[in-house]
Design a protein around this ligand. Structure first.
Ligand code: NAG
Ligand code: NAG
Ligand code: NAG
Ligand code: NAG
Ligand code: NAG
Ligand code: NAG
Ligand code: NAG
Length: 745
C-alpha cells in the first residue's frame, strides 16, 4: 500500500468515524479513585476511562451509571495521552475523567457502556461492552469502601506468532486483596489463548493465528481475611474467606487487542524485539508520587538488530514523554507527570512498551500510588559484599519504626538493632532472597515487611515494606559468589544479631583440611566415608548449635518426597553416621557415601540448624533427640534460641569412571559441584553462564547510601532498591487514609 492510499484510507476512516460518532475501538480500561462517603450518605465516585483507537482519539465513549443512580454525572475532561507518531498513526489513547455522586441503598453500583466497532478482528467481534461493578459496603478491615483492582494496557499490543508465549497484565489491588482474572463471561475467546487466573497472565496453549484478536478480561477482587461489610442502611454482612461462593467486591473489565504478526527468525529478546534494561521498573512495581510534585518514570530498552523509535505509554492525562536514543541500539524514555489533587490516594496505572517500526518489547506495567503529604526523608543503606547483602536503616529518620515487628521475606529471618540503626545481613541465597533478570543486570532482591502477632486484633503499628536489592552486571560470573565458602549462609535475628553457618566437606576425620573449593568437583567413591562439618559464627558469644535434621534428596528441593533422613528430630537415623565431639558451635560428622536407587545421579544434603544461648536449659539445643517432632513456637523470652534455618550442601553427582562399564556396580563416584543455594526457586535462571574475570571486591565494596522516605503517621510504606551502580529510591509518607493497612480509631 503506498502512502497515498494509506492517507486516503485513514481519511475515510477518520471521516467515517466522525460521522458515525463511533470511533474504531482498540480496547479500554477503567480505574477508580478511592470512593468517598459523603455526609449525606451518598458516595462520591471518580474514575478515569482510557480508551484506545485509531488515528485520532479526541472522542471517548460515555459510560453510564447503572439504574440512573448517579447524580451530578460529570465528564470533566477528555485528553489524548499518547499516539503513534509515525505516518501510519496506527494507534492512540485518550483518558477521560468523570465524577459522579451515587445515591443508593443497594449493595452494588454499576457502570457500563457499549458501542459498535471493534477493529476488524479474527473473532469477528463487532460490538464491545464495558463494565464495572462495585460493592458499596464499608470494609471492617480498612474502615473504608472497597477499592477496585487497577489495570490498563497500551493501545496497540503486537507480537510475532512464533514468539507469543505470554503477556503479563496489570492486576494490582490497592487493598491487597486477591485479584482473579478470567475471560469475561460474554467474551469470544480466541483459540489457543488462555488466562492464568492468579497471575493475570495471558498465555498461549498452542499456535495462535495471525491477525487481531479481541481479549476481554474480567478482574475481580477477593479479600484474604474474613471481613464484615456495613451498608448505608445499617445492615452488616460477614464475609468468610472459607465461603467459596462469595461474590467479588469489585469486578472491572479490561479490553484490548493483541495483533499476532507473522513469524520472525529469532525470538531472542534484544535482537529484533526490544528488551528492557535495568533502569526500567519491574512489572507490578508500586512507585510513589505526591500531589503537585513532578513524578518521573524512566524506562530503557535495547534492540541490537532493529531501531527503537518510540515507547508506547498508557498513562494519565498530561503526561509528557521524552524519548532519547543511545548507543548500541538502546533508547530510553522519561515520562513526567504531576498528579492533581483528585489523584490523592489513588493507584494510577502505567503501562509501556518499547517500539520499533515493526516490533515491540514485552509490555511492562507499574502503579503509582499518589499521596498528598509532603515527604519526610528517611535513610537506608544497602551494602553489597561478596555473597552478602546488608541493609541498614537509620532509626532517627523513621520515627516509631520497631525492629521487633519486622521480618525479611523469609519470615524465619528478622532484623537486629543497636541504639541508632536497624540492621539485617543475609547471603544471596538465604532469607528468601530471589534472583531477578533485569535484562542487562541481575538483581538479588529481598524485602523488609512488618507483621502482626496472630492474636492481635487491632494494629496500631506502622505498616512497613522496604524493598532492597543488589544488582550486578549480567556479563559477570555470579558463580564466583557462591564459592566464597566462609560466608555461605548468613542470617539475622533480633536478639541474636547476625550469624552465619558454613557447611564444608573435609578430607579426613581431623576436620582441619577443607576440600578446596578450587579442587571441586570432589570425587568420592561410593561407600567411602564423607566428612562434613557445620560451623557457626555469631556476633554474640556463649552460643551453641544444634543440628535438628539432615536429609538427602536427589534434587535441590528439600521437600522432595524421595528423601533419606540422616538425622531427624535431633536423632541419628543412618547407621553409618557418626558425630564427632567438638566445640559448641561446630558440628562435625561422617557418613558413608550413597546414591538413590533408580535413575538419580545426584545427592543434595539439607540440614536444619538452630542456635541457642548456652545457658538456656529448656532450649531445643538442650533437649537433643526427641521421639516426636515438636511444633516449636518461638518463645524468645523464655528459651533463647534462633529459628530453624536450612543450609544445604551439594549436589554430589554420581559419575561413572570414564571407559569403565564395571564401574556401574560399585565404584560410582560422588562428584561434588560447588555449593548451591538452598532455595532452589530463587536461582532458577542460569547463573553459571558467563565466565567473566570479575573483581568482586572492586565492584562490591562500594557502599551506597540512599535517601529513603519515611512516615510520621500511622501507616508507613517504604521502598528501596539499591544496586551497585543503579540506585532507585522511593518512599512515602502516608497518612491514615492513604493505605488502609492500619486501623485508626
Ligand atoms: C436509603 O435509606 C434511607 C434510610 O432507610 C432513606 O432515608 C433514604 O431515602 C434511602 N435512599 C434511597 C436513595 O433509597
Ligand atoms: C439494607 O439493604 C440491603 C441491600 O439492599 C437489604 O438486603 C437489606 O434488607 C436492607 N436492610 C434494611 C434493614 O433495610
Ligand atoms: C475465617 O473464618 C473461618 C470460620 O470462622 C475460619 O476457619 C478461618 O480461619 C478464618 N479465616 C481467616 C483468614 O481468618
Ligand atoms: C492538561 O493539559 C491541558 C491541555 O494541554 C490543559 O488545558 C490543562 O490545564 C492541563 N491540566 C493540568 C492539570 O495541567
Ligand atoms: C549501629 O550500627 C551502625 C551500622 O553498623 C553503626 O554505623 C552505628 O555506629 C552503630 N551505632 C551504635 C550506637 O553502636
Ligand atoms: C586451595 O587453593 C588455594 C588457591 O588455589 C591454594 O593456595 C591452597 O594451597 C589450596 N589448599 C589446598 C589444601 O590444596
Ligand atoms: C561388578 O563388580 C564385580 C567385582 O568388581 C565384577 O566381577 C562384575 O563383573 C561387576 N558387574 C558388572 C555388571 O559390571
Amino acid at each position: 500500500m503506498d502512502t497515498g492510499t494509506t492517507v486516503l484510507l485513514l481519511l475515510m476512516l477518520f471521516v467515517g468515524t466522525v460521522s458515525s460518532g463511533s470511533p474504531i475501538f482498540y480496547g479500554n480500561s477503567i480505574s477508580f479513585m478511592p470512593l468517598k462517603k459523603n455526609e449525606d450518605g451518598t458516595i462520591g465516585v471518580s474514575f478515569t476511562h482510557r480508551q484506545n483507537g485509531w488515528s485520532s482519539c479526541s472522542y471517548e465513549s460515555t459510560l453510564e451509571c447503572g439504574n440512573g443512580l448517579c447524580t451530578d454525572y460529570n465528564k470533566l475532561s477528555i485528553l489524548q495521552t499518547d499516539k503513534d507518531e509515525s505516518e501510519d498513526k496506527k494507534w492512540c489513547q485518550t483518558e477521560g475523567l468523570t465524577t459522579a455522586t451515587v445515591s443508593t441503598n443497594d449493595t452494588y453500583f454499576t457502570l457500563s457502556g457499549s458501542d459498535c466497532c471493534w477493529l476488524s478482528n479474527s473473532e469477528k467481534v463487532k460490538r464491545w461492552r464495558s463494565e464495572a461493578q462495585l460493592n458499596l459496603g464499608t470494609r471492617s478491615d480498612t474502615l473504608s469502601l472497597n477499592n477496585c483492582p487497577v489495570t490498563t494496557t497500551v493501545a496497540n499490543l503486537r507480537v510475532p506468532q512464533n514468539c507469543f508465549s505470554r503477556i503479563q497484565l496489570l492486576a494490582q489491588d490497592p487493598d491487597r486483596d486477591d485479584v482473579k482474572c478470567s475471560f469475561s463471561p460474554d467474551a469470544t475467546i480466541p483459540s489457543n489463548f488462555a488466562i492464568d487466573k492468579e497471575t493475570c497472565t495471558l498465555t498461549s496453549t498452542g499456535q495462535v493465528d495471525t491477525g487481531n484478536h479481541v481479549i476481554e478480561i474480567m478482574l475481580e477482587d477477593f479479600p484474604t481475611n474474613n471481613i464484615t461489610l456495613t451498608y448505608r442502611n445499617g445492615t452488616s454482612v460477614l464475609r468468610k474467606t472459607s465461603d467459596e461462593n462469595l461474590a467479588p467486591l469489585c469486578r472491572v473489565k479490561l479490553q484490548f487487542l493483541v495483533e499476532i504478526l507473522s513469524s520472525v527468525p529469532s525470538c531472542e529478546l534484544g535482537n529484533v524485539q526490544p528488551m528492557f534494561l535495568s533502569k526500567t521498573p519491574s512489572h507490578g512495581d508500586v512507585l510513589h508520587a505526591s500531589v503537585g510534585q513532578p513524578f518521573e518514570l524512566h524506562a530503557e530498552a535495547k534492540a541490537q538488530n532493529s531501531r527503537i523509535v518510540d515507547f508506547q505509554i498508557s498513562g494519565p492525562q498530561n503526561i509528557s514523554k521524552e524519548f532519547q536514543t543511545g548507543g548500541q541500539g538502546t533508547a530510553e524514555v522519561t515520562i513526567t507527570w504531576t498528579p492533581q489533587s483528585h489523584h490523592a490516594y489513588a493507584f494510577v496505572p502505567f503501562c509501556f512498551t518499547a517500539e520499533t517500526d515493526e516490533f515491540q518489547s514485552e509490555m511492562r506495567c507499574v502503579t503509582v500510588l499518589v499521596t498528598r503529604a509532603s515527604i519526610v526523608q528517611g535513610e537506608a543503606k544497602v551494602e553489597c559484599l561478596p555473597n552478602i547483602m546488608k541493609v541498614i536503616l537509620d532509626k532517627a529518620s523513621m520515627p516509631g519504626i520497631d525492629e521487633r515487628f519486622l521480618k525479611l521475606r523469609d519470615p524465619s529471618c528478622s532484623l537486629s538493632s543497636n541504639g541508632t540503626h536497624i540492621m539485617g545481613t543475609m547471603s544471596l541465597s538465604t532469607c528468601g532472597t530471589t534472583l531477578e533478570d533485569l535484562g542487562d543486570k541481575i538483581a538479588f532482591k529481598n524485602e523488609i515487611n512488618s507483621f502482626v502477632l496472630p492474636d492481635e486484633i487491632i494494629t496500631r503499628r506502622k505498616v512497613v515494606k522496604i524493598d532492597f536489592s543488589c544488582q550486578f552486571p549480567k556479563s559477570l560470573s555470579i558463580s564466583n559468589y557462591f564459592s566464597i565458602h566462609s560466608t555461605d549462609y548468613i542470617f539475622t535475628e533480633s536478639g541474636f544479631g547476625s550469624f552465619s553457618y558454613n557447611f564444608e566437606i573435609f578430607k579426613d576425620n581431623k576436620f582441619q583440611d577443607k576440600v578446596n573449593s578450587s579442587a571441586y568437583p570432589v570425587e568420592v567413591r561410593l561407600l567411602d566415608t564423607v566428612y562434613m562439618g557445620i560451623k557457626a559464627q555469631s556476633e554474640i558469644s556463649n552460643v551453641r548449635i544444634f543440628v535438628e535434621s539432615c536429609k538427602a534428596t536427589p534434587d535441590k528441593n528439600p521437600e522432595n518426597v524421595l528423601s533419606y533422613d540422616l538425622i531427624k528430630n535431633g536423632c541419628i537415623k543412618d547407621e553409618t553416621l557418626k558425630i564427632y565431639q567438638s566445640e559448641d558451635v561446630v558440628f562435625n560428622f561422617e557418613v558413608q557415601a550413597f546414591k538413590f536407587t533408580g535413575n538419580y545421579d545426584k545427592v543434595y544434603i539439607t540440614c536444619s540448624v538452630i542456635m541457642c544461648e548456652n545457658t538456656s536449659p529448656y532450649s531445643r539445643c538442650a533437649q537433643g533427640c526427641l521421639d516426636e517432632p515438636i511444633k516449636r513456637r518461638r518463645r524468645r523470652d523464655t528459651s533463647r534460641e534462633t529459628d530453624r534455618h536450612y543450609i544445604a550442601q551439594g549436589p554430589f553427582v554420581i559419575v561413572k569412571i570414564p571407559g569403565s562399564i564395571e564401574a556401574l556396580n560399585d565404584t560410582m563416584f560422588l562428584k561434588m559441584d560447588n555449593v548451591q543455594p538452598v532455595n532452589p526457586k530463587s536461582f532458577a535462571t542460569d547463573m553459571e553462564s558467563g565466565q567473566g574475570n570479575w573483581n568482586v571486591q572492586q565492584i562490591l565494596w562500594n557502599q551506597i547510601t540512599t535517601i529513603m522516605f519515611a512516615s510520621a503517621f500511622i501507616v508507613l510504606l517504604v521502598l528501596i532498591a539499591v544496586g551497585f551502580c543503579y540506585i532507585s529510591k522511593r518512599g512515602i509518607r502516608e497518612d491514615r487514609k492513604a493505605l488502609i493497612l492500619g486501623l485508626e480509631n
